[in-house]
Ligand binder design. Structure first.
Ligand code: B16
Ligand code: MG
Length: 217
């Protein structure tokens, strides 16, 4: 029986992808590194360090330089997210969170981001979330299962009692590796490995979702 739902943040509850993109683009331009929106698609759900390493490619940088670039991009990103407000929650999110609470299902955040806490506060949904697993919680980033296993443990649930909602291929991979059910949001080319694939959370109801997940079993 499903007892908990673990939500990814960026691309699931809100769309911070644009702000991450703008931050990386600014940094890449300053460094003379090739980067564009298409390249940014590969960074979905990928940790800050892995994102930077993808952008620098074969170009050699010292650890101190990499660190400085990560800090710089993060400053740009943190500036952008200051403007976020409750209206930036993606359609269907609040209704679904309310239904889950009503149904006695525990809710966790499972985000790779070190800025997750700030974002959920800006969005005004922090008090709807029981447990936050974020970029500070574990060492191994998605596609490793660690972050979601940490979230389940904090919820006091077994992996098989949890469903993960994700928009990134790496996130679906992590959920399956954790032995959890997975709901993928977006095109099948990206999240097709999930048990259930939906375009987004708009109009999604827990009762129907639960049925879809159990018929897949
Ligand atoms: P930060 P998620 C991920 O969040 C983003 O999708 C990804 O683009 C970002 O690089 C990563 O968080 C790290 O974020 O630099 O803020 O620590 O999708 O796992 O909620
Ligand atoms: Mg995501």
């Amino acid at each position: 029986d499903i007892r908990g739902v673990i939500f990814d943040l960026d691309g699931v509850l809100t769309d911070t992808a644009e702000y991450h993109y703008l931050g990386w683009q600014k940094l890449a331009d300053e460094e003379g590194l090739p980067f564009n929106r298409l390249a940014n698609e590969d960074l979905r759900g990928v940790s800050r360090r892995e994102s930077l390493l993808k952008i620098v490619g074969n170009k050699q940088y010292s650890e101190a330089q990499l660190q400085e670039m990560m800090d710089r991009k993060n400053r740009y990103y943190v500036d952008f997210i200051q403007t976020m407000r409750p209206g930036n929650v993606l359609p269907g999110t609040i209704a679904l969170l309310d239904e889950l609470k009503e149904a006695g299902i525990k809710i966790a955040l499972g985000s790779a981001s070190k800025n997750a806490q700030t974002v959920i506060e800006k969005l005004g949904i922090a008090d709807r979330i029981d447990v936050v697993a974020d970029g500070y919680s574990v060492q191994q980033p998605k596609p490793a299962p660690d972050l979601f296993l940490f979230a389940a443990q904090q919820l006091g649930l077994k992996p098989e009692q949890c469903v993960v909602v994700e928009d990134a291929a790496a996130g679906i991979e992590a959920a399956l590796a954790a032995g959890m059910l997975a709901i993928g949001l977006g095109p099948t080319e990206r999240v097709g490995a999930a048990h259930v694939v939906l375009p987004n959370l708009a109009g999604v109801h827990w009762t129907e979702l639960r049925e879809k997940l159990s018929s897949d079993q």
